[in-house]
Design a protein around this ligand. Structure first.
Ligand code: AMP
Ligand code: TRP
Length: 341
């Protein structure tokens, strides 16, 4: 009987649109690294897939948060997702803590995940070196992420380069569970963009642009004013060469050119030809204007959308109500397999 059910589900799974799931933390402010590395791609492929986008507030609390900020940031992020073009008719947007099944599945997955797998995660090693007190949640962070992915039978997980290792861990956990208890989980695939998967900090182009870096000139935020954008790009770290060429061994210029490429949609050779014989000052000025123009429509939409907080609230509630039955169904099958309940 078990096999019959599995076959039916796998067949249904193949007929339906493939499912895309991704998540983003409502911590700090959303920067162009998040946008170019992940969010922009969620919008671009929306009509091809069945999409679920999760605002992962439970991931945010793995490091201390200011009281009251998290709720505000969660709504701000929901507004930004709509402002960049996520369409609630095509995609579900919801808050992770509104669907409690994620945490229940996390516990179960914890029990099939060897501790060594988590201790090897590079993000854990980096973050734990930066905090004095390390919560158990920080170590367990990738298991919660695996639960987010597996509980919706997700096929594709579009993320920036830094999250690839976590998606691969989710695959390993799913495979381990399936081999212990029989096929329950769909094995997800990470989807990493060819360009823009790792946008670097403007102040230090050897480190990725990150929400947790608070240096003034580090990140370009989606809601930055034109003056802030001009100032940060003007001060961006470059090098002492003169020519403007894509070259990974020159991280400052390479990063600015990558941002230019993604905002302009032009090819690399067109861009290099355009800047031939020009100085870094010209590149910085043109890039600043390009980014300002590129962000303007989403900033305007953001202001319109957030003028109606009740709308955002109801969208988040509808989103959670829509995906909860999927999560309940998968969790029920998992518990049946193990013999829980
Ligand atoms: P987070 O800021 O950790 O919530 O990340 C949300 C999404 O943005 C994830 O898919 C990350 O991989 C992606 N991301 C974060 N920082 C960068 C960056 N500097 N460059 C490209 N993608 C990024
Ligand atoms: N850990 C991811 C990040 O920091 C966010 C995340 C949580 C996520 N759950 C997810 C991403 C599920 C993709 C799928 O970027």
């Amino acid at each position: 009987m078990g096999n019959c059910q599995i076959n039916k589900r796998n067949i249904e799974h193949k007929i339906m649109k493939k499912r895309v799931l991704s998540g983003i933390q409502p911590t700090g402010s959303i920067h162009i690294g998040n946008y170019l590395g992940a969010m922009k791609h969620w919008v671009a492929s929306q009509d091809k897939f069945d999409n679920i986008f999760c605002i992962v507030d439970l991931h945010s609390i793995t490091v201390p948060q200011e009281t009251g900020e998290l709720r505000k940031k969660t709504r701000e992020l929901a507004g930004l997702l709509l402002a960049i073009g996520i369409d609630p008719e095509l995609s579900v947007v919801f808050v992770q803590s509104h669907v409690k099944e994620h945490t229940e599945l996390t516990w179960i997955l914890n029990c099939v995940t060897p501790l060594g797998w988590l201790q090897r995660m590079t993000q854990y090693k980096d973050k734990s070196a930066r905090h004095e007190i390390i919560s158990t949640g920080l170590l367990d962070y990738p298991v919660l992420m695996a639960a987010d992915i597996l509980i919706y039978e997700s096929d594709y997980v579009p993320v920036g380069e830094d999250q690839k290792q976590h998606v691969e861990l989710a695959r390993d956990i799913a495979q381990r569970f399936n081999s212990m208890y029989g096929d329950v989980f769909v094995i997800p695939e990470p989807v990493i963009p060819r360009v823009g998967a790792r946008i670097m900090g403007l102040d230090d182009p050897t480190c990725k642009m990150s929400k947790s870096e608070t240096g003034q000139g580090h990140a370009l935020y989606l809601l930055d004013s034109p003056d802030e954008i001009r100032m940060k790009i003007k001060r961006a770290t470059t090098d002492s060469h003169r020519d403007i060429l894509f070259n990974e061994s020159r991280p400052g210029i390479n990063n600015l050119l990558t941002i230019y490429e993604l905002f302009s949609g032009k090819s690399r050779s067109e861009i290099e030809a355009h800047f031939q014989g020009k100085g870094y000052g010209v590149l910085k000025e043109e890039l600043a204007e390009l980014v300002i123009e590129g962000l303007k429509p989403l900033q305007e939409r953001y202001r319109e959308i957030t003028a109606d907080p009740a709308y955002l609230e109801s969208m988040l509630k509808k989103g959670a109500d829509k995906v909860r039955p999927i999560a309940e169904g998968v969790l029920r099958r998992v518990k049946d397999r193990i013999g829980l309940g």
